[in-house]
Design a protein around this ligand. Structure first.
Ligand SMILES: Cc1cc2nc3c(=O)[nH]c(=O)nc-3n(C[C@H](O)[C@H](O)[C@H](O)COP(=O)(O)OP(=O)(O)OC[C@H]3O[C@@H](n4cnc5c(N)ncnc54)[C@H](O)[C@@H]3O)c2cc1C
Length: 527
C-alpha cells in the first residue's frame, strides 16, 4: 500500500523492481510517519518468514534490514568482533548482513528436531524446552515448502536398522540448491500491499516505556548518520543467533544491563554444533555392502548418516550427534588389488604420516591413500552458561559495542564426539566391515580440539543466547518467544533454542517463525 502510494508521488525512486524498497532517508522518513501492527527487524529466514505470514493475514508489517540488497563492507563491518574462547570463525564471516541474511550462503541441510530433543535429560543440565515437538509439527509441511526441502533416503552402510543397535540411520532433507531468501521472496515482499521494507535501516536502540514494560519504538540509523523512529504495536528482533543478544545488551540506555537481561542470561548458553573428523577408516570390501551413492564423488549427496538411539545416550551420558560417512580418495583405489589385511597394515602404520589428502594422489594420478573414508561428527553441544556472547570494548560506526564470542566446549562435548567414533568403530569391527582409527586429540582427556586451520570446527550455527524457558529465572523468552517482562517484544531465530540437537537449525527457525506468526495474529486480532 505504502509502496504504491510512494510510487505515485516519487516516481523517480521506482525505476526498477529493486527501487521499490525504501532506501533513501526521505522515503524512509515518510514511511515511518505511520504506525504498524508489527515491526520486524532482520530479513533472514526468521524475519522474512514472519513478515510474509503476517502480511498474508492482512497485518501492516514494517520490515527493517540493516544491509542493502548486496554485500556491503559498511554493513559487514558492524558484524566484526572478537573471539576469546575455543578457536572459532571470525564474527563477520560466519553470518551475512544484507537482505536475505545468512541464507545468502547457507548450505541447505534440513532436519526437524525429534521429540527427544525437547525433553529434559538428567545428565544434561539446563536441558528441556517449554514446548514439545507437537507444537511445531503443524508447521512442518509449510516449512518444507518455504525451504524447498527434498528428502533423499540415505544408504545404510553400517547396516544398523535393527532394534538392538546403538545407532540409527538418519535421512536428511536438503534445500538443494539452497533456497536464498532474497532470490525467492524479494518479489513477494515488494508486491505485498501490507509490507513496507526499509533497506540500510540499522536498529541502533530500543526505546522502552517509562516503566520498562513495553517497547515504544526502535531507533533506526542509516550509514550517513540519519536517524529515524519506527513505531508499531509489537516488535520482533530477528538479527541472528549472535546479534539478537548483542542488540538486547547494547540497548542499555534505560536499563544498564540491557533489555531482558534481569537474570544475566542474555548472551549466555551460546551453542554451536562441534564439527570434527572423529575417525578415519578402511573398508573391508569383501563384507561391506557399498551402495552406488557412497561410490559417488566425495561430498555428493546423500551421504550415510548415523545418530545415537536415546537409550545409548542415556547409557553413556552423552549428547546427541550425527556421524557422517564421507568417502575419500582411497575409496576409489582398486579393492581387488590389495588384500584387506595388507591395506589394514598400511592404515595402522601410515595414515598418521599422511598430512593431507592431496598427498594421497601421486603425480600419475594413482590413488595412494591409506584410508577409504572419514567419519565426521556434528554434535549437540552441552548448554553451558560460561559459553557466551558478550559486549567487547571496541565500538562500531554507530557507537555500539562490538561482540565478543567466547565459545566454550566441555568434557561432555568431547566425550560425545569420542563415543560417536568408538561406536561406529565397534559396529564396523563387529561386522568386519572395516576398521577405524581415532585421532590423538580425541583420545586424550584434555579439552583440546583441532583449530580452524585443521578442521571445520563447527557448523556456523549460532544458538542459545536468548534461550526459551518457562520462567524468567531460566530463560530470556517464554514459550511464545516473548521477552520476559517486556509485553510487546518477541525474538525470532535459533538464539531461542534451549538445547541444540545435532541437526542444522534453519528448519526449526522457520517452524518457530510460523508459530510466532500465529501467536501474533491472535494477539493483534484481540487488540
Ligand atoms: C556457511 C554457512 C552454511 C550454513 N549451512 C546451513 C545448513 O546447511 N543448514 C542450516 O540449517 N543452517 C545453515 N547455516 C545457518 C543458517 O544460515 C542460519 O541458521 C540462518 O540463516 C539463520 O536465520 P536468521 O534469520 O535467524 O538469521 P540471519 O540469516 O543471520 O539473518 C539476520 C538478519 O538480520 C539483519 N540484521 C542484523 N543486525 C541488524 C540490525 N541491527 N538492524 C537491522 N537488521 C539487522 C541482517 O542483515 C540479516 O538480514 C549455515 C550458515 C553458514 C554461514
Amino acid at each position: 500500500m505504502v509502496v504504491c502510494y510512494a510510487r505515485r508521488i516519487w516516481p523517480k525512486f521506482f525505476r526498477d523492481g529493486a527501487d521499490m524498497l525504501f532506501r533513501s532517508h526521505e522515503d524512509k522518513a515518510s514511511a515511518l510517519k505511520q504506525s504498524y501492527d508489527i515491526c520486524i527487524s532482520g530479513t533472514g529466514p526468521a524475519g522474512i518468514t514472519l513478515a510474509l505470514k503476517l502480511a498474508a493475514r492482512k497485518h501492516r508489517v514494517l520490515l527493517l534490514e540493516a544491509g542493502d540488497l548486496h554485500f556491503d563492507p559498511r554493513s559487514n563491518d558492524v558484524y566484526k568482533g572478537t573471539n576469546s574462547g575455543q578457536d572459532y570463525f571470525a564474527c563477520n564471516v560466519s553470518r551475512q548482513r544484507f537482505f536475505g541474511g545468512t541464507s545468502n550462503h547457507w548450505g541447505g541441510m534440513c532436519h526437524a528436531l525429534e521429540a527427544r530433543d525437547f525433553a529434559q535429560r538428567s545428565y544434561v543440565p539446563h536441558s528441556g524446552w517449554p514446548i514439545e515437538k507437537a507444537d511445531l509439527d503443524p508447521y512442518r509441511q509449510e516449512t518444507i515448502g518455504i525451504l524447498d526441502v527434498k528428502f533423499l533416503p540415505a544408504p545404510d552402510y553400517l547396516g544398523v536398522q535393527h532394534q538392538d543397535a546403538h545407532l540409527q540411520k538418519l535421512d536428511f532433507g536438503y534445500s538443494d540448491p539452497p533456497t536464498r531468501f532474497k532470490n525467492k521472496y524479494l518479489r513477494a515482499i515488494e508486491a505485498s500491499e501490507n509490507i513496507t521494507a526499509l533497506l540500510n535501516a540499522n536498529v541502533v536502540d530500543i526505546v522502552l516505556t517509562e516503566d520498562g514494560g513495553r517497547i515504544k519504538a526502535l531507533q533506526v540509523s542509516d550509514y550517513e548518520g540519519n536517524t529515524l523512529t519506527a513505531r508499531a504495536t509489537c516488535f520482533s528482533i530477528c538479527h541472528g543467533g549472535i546479534e539478537n543478544a548483542r542488540t538486547l545488551l547494547n540497548a542499555n540506555r534505560q536499563i544498564a544491563t540491557g533489555i531482558g537481561n534481569g537474570a544475566d542470561l542474555v548472551g549466555r548458553f551460546f551453542m554451536e554444533h562441534p564439527h570434527f573428523v572423529v575417525a578415519t577408516a578402511i573398508i573391508n570390501h569383501e563384507n561391506a555392502k557399498i551402495s552406488p551413492y557412497t561410490r559417488a564423488k566425495p561430498g555428493s549427496l546423500p551421504v550415510a548418516y548415523y545418530e545415537p538411539r536415546r537409550d545409548f545416550q542415556d547409557l553413556r551420558g552423552i549428547l546427541s550427534f550425527g556421524a557422517r560417512f564421507i568417502p575419500t580418495s582411497g575409496f576409489y583405489s582398486n579393492p581387488d588389488k590389495y588384500s584387506f589385511k595388507r591395506r589394514l597394515r598400511r592404515f595402522v602404520c601410515e595414515s598418521d604420516a599422511l598430512l593431507s589428502l592431496s598427498e594421497a594422489v601421486d603425480s600419475d594420478g594413482h590413488v595412494n591413500c591409506p584410508y577409504d573414508m572419514v567419519f565426521r561428527t556434528a554434535a549437540e553441544q552441552k548448554p553451558n552458561p560460561a559459553s557466551r556472547v558478550s559486549l567487547g570494548e571496541e565500538v562500531d560506526q554507530f557507537g555500539l559495542r562490538r561482540v565478543d564470542v567466547s565459545w566454550q566446549l566441555s568434557e561432555q562435548d568431547k566425550n560425545t564426539l569420542r563415543q560417536s567414533a568408538l561406536e561406529v568403530g565397534r559396529v564396523m569391527a563387529q561386522k568386519d566391515l572395516g576398521r577405524v582409527k581415532l585421532p590423538e586429540w580425541l583420545l586424550d582427556t584434555s579439552l583440546s580440539f583441532p583449530d580452524t586451520h585443521h578442521d571445520e570446527v563447527a557448523g556456523f550455527h549460532h544458538m542459545g543466547t536468548t534461550r526459551m524457558a518457562s520462567s524468567s529465572k531460566e530463560g530470556v523468552v517464554d514459550e511464545n518467544l516473548r521477552v520476559f517482562g517486556v509485553d510487546n517484544l518477541y525474538i525470532g531465530g535459533s538464539s531461542v533454542f534451549p538445547t541444540s540437537s545435532h541437526v542444522n537449525p534453519t528448519f526449526t527457525i522457520v517452524q518457530l517463525s510460523l508459530r510466532l506468526a500465529d501467536h501474533l495474529d491472535r494477539r493483534l486480532h484481540l487488540g
